[in-house]
Design a binder for this molecule. Sequence first.
Ligand code: DGP
Length: 124
Amino acid sequence: MVSYDDNNIFAKILRGDIPNDTVFEDDHVLAFRDISAQAPVHILVIPKGKYVSVSDFGAAAGAEEVTAFWRAVSNIAEDQGLSEGGFRIIANSGLNSGQEVPHFHVHILGGRALGPMLRSSEAA
Ligand code: DGP
């Protein structure tokens, strides 16, 4: 597994070195608006612990962190008014996904019809 890079952009956000537009924070979780929004609502939810990917988080995080994280995801979607109309969550993990920031995060996207899940010229 790739080791955690303390200089990744979300580590800097967690340290307060880079500002963010916070929508939720507790002991285990920070959620903030994506800097290049792909939908009217585009929020990134990250654990405060040092996890590279969803696989790392699933394998190494404690039960309290896991519960806090996924509860935050669903509560934020509800608080942002996305539950009724529907929304999408995405967690890119590793090379094939195009994960840019090597600190586990979930994208919450909503506020409009989001279209097909994948748009790619490559066939499955
Ligand atoms: P991913 O490709 O899944 O690793 O998504 C990384 C996302 O992080 C991407 O949608 C853009 C966002 N992002 C990158 N740098 C910053 C930043 O400095 N602030 C915020 N709010 N978002 C960022």
